[in-house]
Ligand binder design. Sequence first.
Ligand SMILES: CC(C)(COP(=O)(O)OP(=O)(O)OC[C@H]1O[C@@H](n2cnc3c(N)ncnc32)[C@H](O)[C@@H]1OP(=O)(O)O)[C@@H](O)C(=O)NCCC(=O)NCCS
Length: 163
Amino acid sequence: MTELEIKKAKLPRDLKILEQLDTLSFPEYQDQIYKESWEKYQNYIVFVNKKPVGYRSVQPHTGLYDYATDTHEKKREALHLTSVGIIPRFRRKGLGTLLITWAIAYARLGKFESMNATCRKSNKPIIALLKKTGFKITSEIKNFYPDGETAVVEEYFLKKSRF
Ligand SMILES: CC(C)(COP(=O)(O)OP(=O)(O)OC[C@H]1O[C@@H](n2cnc3c(N)ncnc32)[C@H](O)[C@@H]1OP(=O)(O)O)[C@@H](O)C(=O)NCCC(=O)NCCS
């Protein structure tokens, strides 16, 4: 029987697992999380039959990230979705949806008013996943990423949306 578990990552114990998941999830982009940044996030790992296959990281009370200064804008009532990744072999099985809907429930329980995230405009899978779970694209920012790619800003308004 398949076992499916989500566990909160404990640092420094789970740092290696998070780094491996991040590398396997983002091999084509330079968007991996800096080693020292994991401490700033709340990180959750999804396991299938005890094997780590994905993660998601959130940050309360923050908005957009600025690559130039390595800081997030402050946003009192918002939960920032920092990152989500599923290793390639386990994609298209609903695990990304599971992690996003988990984050929405977490935001609702924490009485946040909204969630926000930025994605590369070319990243069709995450844009489709966020659309499916009720996020709306509220703006675009040109030259957002260090390589010049445009970001789409995604938001989920908890008072209005029901996934
Ligand atoms: C984005 C990502 C997390 C999706 O995870 P996943 O487990 O495959 O997602 P799900 O199986 O829950 O898919 C849910 C929906 O998202 C959309 N989707 C997922 N992958 C897609 C793809 N390759 N192309 C188009 N739509 C896609 C579909 O609407 C899908 O529903 P469907 O399978 O019923 O058609 C995964 O592709 C990933 O880890 N990508 C690399 C890391 C990344 O880019 N993270 C986001 C940046 S923060």
